[in-house]
Design a protein around this ligand. Structure first.
Ligand code: BT5
Length: 231
């Protein structure tokens, strides 16, 4: 992929900014900001985005919209962390964790035939007090700051690879997520709009959904706005 990087100092949300560039910006447009004033998670949740982290969105135009696209972002982040010696795992559906702390989140949105993939990765930024128990950064893990530009360069390289691979063979990306998650066999609680499910994770199926064993019954949790807690 040929990336075309737009570097901003401050923006409300790189996803919103990228969305407004569509349809005039080509696939491969990347919006990066030093700070976001209204960084977004899913479902109106907020994403803390102070200076020092990597906050970016890429514009993609896949031949068809597939919710499994979010795995491309998570896998690219996990590979990037590995380049810096950090062992991370993919937390279905859209997070990357180091041990029991979240280091990155991916938010994919759709506009027409475009997909906007937003990636937030804590690099050298401070973790806000209220997230200290559940979040970490590359700097916290490594005990030193890292070159943000290098992180971006690596991440875009891995995104190119995983996006291409995904278009050729989406089940391979799902397979890789299965390999890089610690969820299989774990007891989890799944929080959804309608309520809550508790069970043991059997697998992540080829279509990207999570298979849970709930009292001996197999229940399929489709990717959507679900949150997962390991019990
Ligand atoms: C996500 O949402 O994890 C997707 C986050 C995507 C952020 C990127 S940054 C660039 C682009 N532009 C945007 O505006 N967004 C994208 P979700 O699964 O809903 O998780 C949100 C939850 O993560 C929050 O409710 C907090 O609990 C937690 N959180 C917020 N900021 C965090 C941070 N910096 N590091 C770790 N956890 C955080």
């Amino acid at each position: 992929m040929k990336w075309n990087i737009l570097h901003l100092d401050e923006v409300d949300s790189t996803n919103e900014y990228a969305k407004n560039l569509i349809p005039n910006a080509p696939e491969g447009t990347v919006v990066v900001a030093n700070r976001q004033t209204s960084g977004k998670g899913r479902k109106g949740r907020s994403w803390a985005s102070p200076e020092g982290g990597l906050w970016m969105s890429v514009i993609l135009k896949p031949p068809r919209i597939d919710p499994r696209l979010v795995f491309v972002g998570a896998l690219a982040v996990a590979d990037t962390l590995r380049d810096f010696g950090i062992d991370a795992w993919v937390k279905w559906p859209n997070d990357v964790w180091v041990g029991n702390r979240k280091i990155s989140g991916v938010l994919t949105e759709v506009k027409g035939s475009f997909a906007i993939m937003g990636i937030g990765l804590n690099v050298n930024n401070e973790i806000p007090e209220e997230l200290k128990d559940t979040a970490t950064s590359m700097r916290d893990v490594l005990g030193r700051s890292v070159d943000l530009e290098k992180v971006l360069e690596r991440l875009l390289g891995h995104l190119s690879y995983w996006y291409r691979t995904f278009l050729e063979n989406p089940s391979f990306a799902v397979e890789e997520v299965r390999r890089r998650t610690i969820l299989i066999g774990e007891r989890v609680r799944v929080l959804q709009d309608g309520g809550e499910l508790s069970g043991r994770v059997i697998d992540i199926s080829e279509d990207g959904s999570l298979l849970l064993d709930i009292g001996g019954k197999v229940v399929k949790v489709v990717y959507g706005d679900v949150s997962l807690r390991i019990v």
